[in-house]
Ligand binder design. Structure first.
Ligand code: NAG
Ligand code: NAG
Ligand code: NAG
Ligand code: NAG
Ligand code: NAG
Length: 503
């Protein structure tokens, strides 16, 4: 009897050891995140974080935070998330948009935020990698500062190197479907990276990435189309009158990209004076045009009529001030050197409508750095939402040829847009997607969330589907960072699109 028990236990121990061996063969246990300052609950899935050195001679260390799916990590897709800038950290997405936690501001400016599980986290339905790229951004760094002089092409090839190494460390995810996603300047990062991955697959580069498609939100795409999109947006939203619109159109002959006459310049000046005080990232939201503390979660100083505008399902108000991209207001993205933050801020010393306090406090706390396997401040300096270390050149031009190539080769693409964003407005994304000339297979129509209000489904935005698996989608009432404003709607379209269902 005793002997039998011994055998039973012995077998259990053996089975357990074999299981441990299998489990530890993939994801590195040293990267596992087991607790986080400010978080008191239980993790809904496994989290891993750390560095991947993509060039050992330089010590070129890219930082990632990986959240496994809360549903079925071995079957759900793996999605890479990239914020824009250029130079902005993907912790913007993690902290403010679709990460596993909602961050509640601490009591004072400097106290740690309190973390709650986010019911609309994109990790509900996917494995997701938040990557700080290129080096010099967020928690990523290089021992050779010359690496901070970079551009679109180098960023794409470095991120591709990162992915190849990442999949070597996490081989159990190689068979999952893989997607790339991002917003704002990631409108450049995503298609350029997708193109490098596609070329790698064609060339038989190992490990083979099971790449299926990509998603871009309010993405920078083509300088002429993006620039010409502002005035029609401002007109359609009722921010300028018919008369001003018509006069500007006539003076500029529909070309607002490079003003050809003094009359056109004057009209653009008049339009800018009408919209300058708006929150460019969501025209429905208030904007503080000075450095007032934004730590308060209290809306009570706002006029009554403003309090409900842009209201979301998120338990905390959206940021009144935030970063979008690193160049001056209403300026299109041009070829060449992108101005650095100090250059952008030369005249004003502050960026209107911008806030990063919660993330800044959290990521500059040494206990947090330890918990997420990031180097301390003494080694890599303070974390900033958008880096001031880069010299960044936009060296790839328009993304339209990239989108044509990728979609023609069978990669799926979702181009989504918060329709109240004036930073990269939907009018431009709508125009360039239709300019590809693909047949419309799902004509412009509303889309709905599953949730019913008083028994009625609600319109969440509009969509138009094209041949070659290209989908254009708007999110009604959302700003530049869609999931920050409309987390429920964002999780719904994200899930349906990833699963290949009709949105
Ligand atoms: C953390 O959890 C403990 C035990 O459940 C509880 O007593 C404490 O109030 C919690 N703290 C916060 C900040 O939620
Ligand atoms: C499309 O991409 C493939 C590989 O990704 C490349 O070989 C080809 O030259 C590209 N075609 C165009 C027209 O850019
Ligand atoms: C001005 O913009 C138009 C498109 O709106 C473009 O065709 C033209 O080449 C541009 N001219 C210059 C000098 O950039
Ligand atoms: C909080 O921030 C505001 C604005 O930057 C500043 O005026 C105030 O002194 C800060 N309070 C504390 C306690 O640090
Ligand atoms: C659209 O995507 C599906 C699923 O990945 C794929 O099977 C199909 O071939 C794609 N269609 C086109 C036209 O690329």
């Amino acid at each position: 009897m005793e002997r039998k028990n011994f055998f039973l236990q012995y077998n259990i121990v053996l089975t357990f050891l074999a299981f441990l061996f299998l489990v530890t063969e993939g994801a590195p246990q040293s990267a596992l995140v087991t607790q986080l300052p400010g978080f008191n609950g239980t993790f809904h899935s496994k989290h891993y974080a750390g560095y991947v050195d993509i060039d050992e001679r330089h010590g070129k260390n890219l930082y990632y935070y990986f959240v496994e799916s809360e549903r079925n990590p071995s079957k759900d897709p793996v999605v890479l998330w990239l914020n824009g800038g250029p130079g902005c950290s993907s912790f913007d997405g993690f902290v403010y948009e679709h990460g596993p936690f909602n961050f509640e501001a601490g009591k004072t400016n400097d106290s740690l935020p309190i973390l709650h599980n986010n019911p609309y986290s994109w990790s509900k339905v996917s494995n997701i990698i938040y990557l700080d790229a290129p080096v010099g951004v967020g928690l990523s760094y290089s021992n050779d500062k010359a690496d901070y002089d970079t551009g679109d092409l180098k960023t794409a090839s470095d991120t591709h190197s990162f992915l190849l190494k990442w999949f070597e460390i996490y081989p159990e995810f190689l068979t999952n479907q893989f997607y790339i996603s991002g917003e704002s300047y990631a409108g450049i990062y995503v298609p350029t990276l997708a193109s490098d991955i596609a070329k790698g697959i064609d060339a038989g580069v190992k490990p083979a990435i099971n790449f299926k498609g990509y998603m871009v939100g309010n993405g920078v795409t083509d300088d002429i189309i993006d620039s010409n999109a502002f005035v029609p947006f401002q007109h359609g939203m009722g921010l300028i009158s018919d008369k001003i619109f018509e006069e500007a159109n006539a003076a500029c002959q529909g070309n607002f990209y490079n003003e050809t006459s003094q009359h056109c310049k004057d009209m653009i000046g008049k339009i800018n004076r009408n919209v300058d005080d708006l929150n460019t990232y969501d025209i429905l939201e208030p904007c503080y045009h000075n450095t007032v503390p934004d730590v308060t979660t209290d809306n009570s100083r706002l006029p009554m009529s403003f309090r409900k505008l842009g209201e979301t399902k998120r338990s905390f108000p959206v940021r009144k001030r935030m970063f979008g991209r690193a160049w001056p207001y209403n300026a299109p993205v041009r070829e060449g050197l992108v101005p650095s933050w100090p250059e952008v801020l030369k005249h004003t010393n502050y960026v209107p409508c911008i806030s990063d306090r919660i993330a800044t406090v959290w990521l500059n706390n040494e206990d947090v750095r330890k918990a997420i396997h990031a180097e301390p401040i003494t080694v890599i300096g303070r974390w900033r939402l958008c880096s001031n270390k880069l010299i960044f050149t936009h060296d790839t031009g328009s993304m339209i040829p990239y989108h044509k190539n990728l979609t023609a080769r069978g990669y799926r693409a979702l181009i989504y847009s918060g329709d109240h964003d004036m930073c990269v407005p939907y009018t431009g994304s709508e125009k360039w997607t239709s300019s590809l000339g693909y047949a419309i297979v799902d004509e412009w129509r509303p889309w709905y969330t599953k949730e019913e209000i008083q028994g009625s489904q609600q319109v969440a935005g509009y969509t138009q589907g094209y041949a070659n698996n290209l989908t254009f989608l708007t999110i009604k009432g959302a700003g530049h960072t869609v999931p920050e404003y409309k987390p429920l709607e964002a999780l719904e379209f994200y899930e349906r699109w990833l699963e290949g269902k009709k949105i």
